[in-house]
Design a protein around this ligand. Structure first.
Ligand SMILES: Cc1ncc(C[n+]2csc(CCO)c2C)c(N)n1
Length: 224
């Protein structure tokens, strides 16, 4: 392993089993084959709406933790992407599943939603902007990796109820956003990351992967 490897690749290598358990979770595989029980997906969608509200707060924290105007603008773009775009898309998407905004807003956060979102916010509060972005990385980059793999395996096809989810995150627009998140980790880390810091970052990354896996599991646990 050389230090020229992207930080994201080093984090994945150091947390390989957590990363694999997250990105190959049975919920994910079942979306690819179209066999995921719809009750599992519906619960996931409602919780994901509540999750996005908290993730907007995490991006607001990224604005606060920025050390330059450029970093502030980048945090602001993340915040506005969620508030002005992602949440509306989510509401439209959920409408297709018969879930109204009122239903989502009336729902309570489940424990895995609380655990994951507050973990990310705490990582940013207790640490610096790099800690926050490392805690966000499994979310932002992981969905791109998962969807690309499912799309390459033929997951986007007539008759798969999860085609739209896969197509959205496999789209060039989303893949580009994830690629810029990979680059921004390297920019934030600079050239002089100590071994100790890398180990601490890998702990945050691994924990976020385990919390993503628990988020998938929360959906599966709702299936009859
Ligand atoms: C549990 C869970 N993990 C990741 C995402 C994906 N996601 C959430 S915020 C964001 C960033 C940009 O708008 C992305 C890609 C999700 N929706 N739900």
């Amino acid at each position: 392993m050389t230090s020229r490897q992207p930080l994201f690749d080093r984090l994945v290598a150091l947390s390989a089993s957590d990363w694999d358990a997250y990105t190959h979770h049975p919920f994910v595989e079942a979306m690819g084959t179209g066999t995921l029980p719809q009750a599992a997906f519906r619960h996931y969608l409602v919780q994901d709406y509540l999750f996005l509200i908290q993730f907007a707060r995490a991006y607001a924290l990224a604005v606060y933790k920025a050390r330059s105007l450029e970093e502030m603008r980048s945090g602001l773009r993340g915040l506005s992407a969620i508030l002005d775009k992602e949440m509306d898309l989510h509401v439209d998407y959920c409408a297709g599943w018969g879930i109204s905004r009122a239903e989502m807003e009336a729902s309570e956060e489940d424990m895995p939603t609380v655990a994951y979102t507050r973990f990310v916010i705490d990582a940013g509060l207790a640490g610096d902007l790099l800690d926050l972005h490392v805690a966000l990385a499994p979310c932002v980059i992981g969905y791109a990796v998962i969807a690309r793999r499912l799309a390459e395996a033929g997951g986007v096809r007539d008759g798969n109820p999860y085609s739209l989810w896969i197509a959205e995150y496999a789209s060039a627009a989303y893949q580009d956003l994830a690629a810029s998140a990979v680059e921004s980790l390297d920019r934030l880390a600079g050239d002089d990351l100590s071994d100790g810091r890398l180990v601490r970052l890998a702990k945050l990354f691994g924990q976020a992967c385990r919390l993503e896996a628990a988020f998938w599991q929360m959906g599966l646990d709702k299936a009859p």
